[in-house]
Ligand binder design. Structure first.
Ligand code: FES
Length: 95
């Protein structure tokens, strides 16, 4: 199963401290978190413990070199459609 790279931007969340499982396969319907859709594939969720309430930039494109966080790698992805108005805004952000 190939990773779903339809998302070309980070997913920003305000989180309470706790344990989270980031979707690495791209198939979850609860992005950026795992919903079990990877079962039967070679992908596994990435466990991350958030120790304090914080804003987190999760990787949505699934090609980050620092999973589960956005490292700016999404900038190498071309927009999927002309109507992706937010692409340019996200693509210019620094991480
Ligand atoms: S969203 Fe994947 S590296 Fe930024």
């Amino acid at each position: 199963m190939a990773k779903n790279t339809n998302s070309n931007k980070p997913i920003i969340t305000d989180l309470k401290s706790g344990t989270y499982y980031w979707c690495s396969c791209g198939q979850s319907q609860k992005q950026p978190f795992c919903d079990g859709s990877h079962l039967g594939t070679a992908f596994k969720p990435v466990k991350k413990i958030i120790s304090t309430d914080s804003k987190v930039a999760w990787c949505g494109c699934k090609i980050t070199n620092d999973p589960p966080f956005c490292d700016g790698s999404h900038k190498s992805i071309q927009p999927n459609s002309d109507d992706d108005a937010s692409y340019q805004d996200w693509n210019s952000m620094e991480f």
